[in-house]
Design a binder for this molecule. Structure first.
Ligand code: NAG
Ligand code: NAG
Length: 407
């Protein structure tokens, strides 16, 4: 069988590369690799104060849709952690996460939900796709001004950036979308939760508007030394950058704003359908929330944080505890009828915008569905909603060690 298949393949290759049909060849040149998508800067938005940390204009990459996707829009909010102190935000100005001076065109190809290949991304391949650059350091949500040690201004204008980008896209066709999908990973996944209802409110009733938070379900958990070190860092972001304007009023009425910045609280007040995609053993959350360096002076967790396969049995028990806390925090999302969930137990972070995790032979599967299938089924409503929740690590044989674990 294999030999026969190989022979057929050789024949096919020969017939396309041989000299038999030169006219056919010249008429259909081999497809050139997809072009990187250019950066569009929002130069005029600087008048409204919508600027990156260093005062440069923010930007996005827009790839136009086609055919059945021409009135469908997918807006991806980029991630990249946060800056919680004046010093860190000052340093961030010298990077692509704080200044558009460092931004370049990007390749959507291979990027999962952003891919334009129908086989790899069957439900969204021909949509209008926008990759919004993250350069404010507070999940597109701050609105304040600060001063660096050298006296220069720090612009904390994430909220204005989000608004300026959406306003501009509205003029470019987003306003007449029949389907609109706000997605984001990590700090961008949190931004998606923060803005989901605002985004949805911009469209007429008949448009189908949904959100996907990928690896954005950050836990308000204690670290292995018993401290709430991550909450302290979040507190810095909330205060320094003033994210209060995007927090739910009913939460602010009886809770601390920093508590209201966590997904467990945010999800309670969201009315738009949301898909929560997250690993219960999220590699970044294990590194930065559960076992940050400050909680591990003897570096006993270094190799475990590097690769879950290196964790000893006691560490694995601690990880299971983290998973239980996450599943518990997600109960709110679990009971919302029109919400989707895919909570796997693979050691990874961000799964929708890496082709390898989204839809490949080694993608994580739950109920035998890839993430692309689970999200597509939910978005289109072609199947009854299934909320996928994995068993404890290492039960899932589809969790590949090749999945990305970005910083
Ligand atoms: C934690 O410590 C390790 C080893 O010293 C280092 O490689 C890593 O960058 C540190 N992580 C952070 C977030 O500082
Ligand atoms: C799982 O899905 C694949 C296609 O994605 C299919 O070929 C296979 O038969 C399915 N396995 C089971 C056990 O349903």
């Amino acid at each position: 069988m294999a030999v026969a298949a190989a022979a057929v393949l050789v024949l096919v290759l020969l017939s396309f590369s041989g000299p038999l049909c030169p006219r056919l060849l010249s008429a259909s040149p081999s497809p050139s690799p997809p072009e990187p998508v250019a950066l569009t800067l929002l130069a005029c938005a600087t008048e409204k104060g919508a600027v990156c940390l260093d005062g440069t204009p923010p930007g996005y990459h827009l790839q136009r849709g086609s055919g059945s996707g021409s009135r469908s829009w997918l807006i991806h909010l980029e991630g990249g952690a946060w800056c919680s102190t004046v010093e860190r935000c000052s340093d961030r100005r010298m990077t692509v996460l704080g200044s558009s001076d460092f931004m370049k065109p990007i390749q959507f190809d291979g990027s999962g939900i952003l891919d334009s290949d129908q086989n790899l991304n069957p439900d969204f391949y021909n949509w209008n796709k926008v990759y919004v650059r993250y350069c404010d350091g507070a999940s597109f949500s701050g609105d304040a001004e600060g001063r660096a040690q050298d006296g220069s201004i720090l612009h904390f204008r994430g909220l204005r950036i989000y608004e300026a980008v959406i306003d501009e896209l509205m003029e470019k066709g987003l306003a007449s979308a029949t389907q609109a999908f706000l997605v984001g990973c990590s700090a961008g996944g949190l931004a998606t939760l923060l803005h989901c209802d605002d985004f949805s409110a911009r469209f007429p009733q008949e448009a189908s508007v949904k959100c996907l938070a990928d690896a954005g379900f950050f836990l308000d958990a204690r670290d292995i030394s018993g401290e709430r070190s991550f909450r302290s860092a979040f507190d810095g972001v909330v205060q320094l950058q003033n994210v209060r304007k995007v927090l739910p009023k009913n939460c602010l009425a009886n809770k601390d704003p920093t508590e209201c910045f966590f997904p467990a609280e945010l999800t309670k007040s969201i009315h738009t359908p949301v898909f929560i995609l997250n690993s219960a053993y999220d590699s970044s959350q294990i590194r930065y929330i559960l076992a940050p360096n400050s909680s591990d002076p003897n570096k006993l967790w270094l190799s475990c944080k590097d690769n879950i396969k290196n964790c000893n049995s006691i560490q694995t028990q601690v990880l299971h505890g983290f998973r239980n806390a996450m599943v518990n925090d997600m109960k709110v999302a679990q009971v919302k009828e029109d919400w989707g969930m895919f909570i796997d137990s693979c050691f990874t972070h961000c799964q929708a915008h890496y082709g390898i995790s989204w839809n490949s032979p080694i993608s994580p599967r739950l109920g035998n569905k890839t993430i692309a299938e689970a999200v597509g089924d939910w978005y289109t409503g072609r199947r009854q909603i299934v909320k996928y929740n994995d068993c404890e690590y290492p039960c899932n044989p589809t969790c590949s060690s090749l999945l990305p674990t970005p910083p």
